[in-house]
Design a protein around this ligand. Sequence first.
Ligand SMILES: Cc1cc2nc3c(=O)[nH]c(=O)nc-3n(C[C@H](O)[C@H](O)[C@H](O)COP(=O)(O)OP(=O)(O)OC[C@H]3O[C@@H](n4cnc5c(N)ncnc54)[C@H](O)[C@@H]3O)c2cc1C
Length: 230
Amino acid sequence: MDTTCPQTPKEEIIIPLLDRGFVKLVDFMGSDLRAVNAARVSFGGVSKGEEKDKALIKYLMEHEHLSPFEHCTFQFHIKCPIFVARQWMRHRIASYNEVSARYTQVKDEFYIPTEFRIQDTHNKQGSVASKDLNNEELLKIYTESIEASYQAYQKLLEAGVAREMARGLLPVSQYTQFYWTVNARSLLNFIHLRADDHAQYEIRVYAQAIEKIFKEKLPWSWAAFEALQK
Ligand SMILES: Cc1cc2nc3c(=O)[nH]c(=O)nc-3n(C[C@H](O)[C@H](O)[C@H](O)COP(=O)(O)OP(=O)(O)OC[C@H]3O[C@@H](n4cnc5c(N)ncnc54)[C@H](O)[C@@H]3O)c2cc1C
């Protein structure tokens, strides 16, 4: 048992996001000291007290000697729109299990944004807020289209079409759920890329929520990582 650095009790952490999504921490294994001890096993040592252990973590981060952080593991339950999950699952160094729309009927749960954004002219992928859009009118078009899709989906099911085929007409705003098990090294890479301004707002809010959880669980590692981002 690692005893000299911050440990949080195993209470449930769940952070609601967007209109129907969430990040839930299902389990966590490790501590800052776990990474320290994993690094020191190379030369047969263990913790040398808080000051030296923090300095070691800083050294490991600065010199990209990151494998010791792989010994800390987070397990999350995520609920997010499918288009967010598609971006998320590009992060290959993790384990995923997702709800199946072949086994289960898709629920009437779709992401409805509070405000539309316009295409960014500087970042070709990005979007920016604008007062020029008629948000109310656009939301009507958006929600009517989703409602029509979901009604069509139900009609196909009622007619006997298989779930795996009927789902083909549903939009990517549909909510999905998955389990995500990821080590701290890979999680830092995810946060670095997805909490960044270049990432789409809808995945960024998830990365920012996960950032908070990381900071709570591995405060020394987070401080060393954050110092390098400045
Ligand atoms: C703002 C933004 C825009 C993006 N736009 C696009 C886009 O337009 N189109 C698109 O296809 N993707 C896009 N991506 C996805 C991006 O290219 C990465 O696939 C995604 O961010 C996962 O990052 P990763 O490979 O570092 O993570 P992981 O897959 O978790 O990999 C972690 C690390 O492991 C190593 N690694 C993993 N697999 C391999 C491998 N096969 N070979 C060598 N090293 C490996 C690498 O060091 C990698 O950094 C975008 C990502 C961001 C953040």
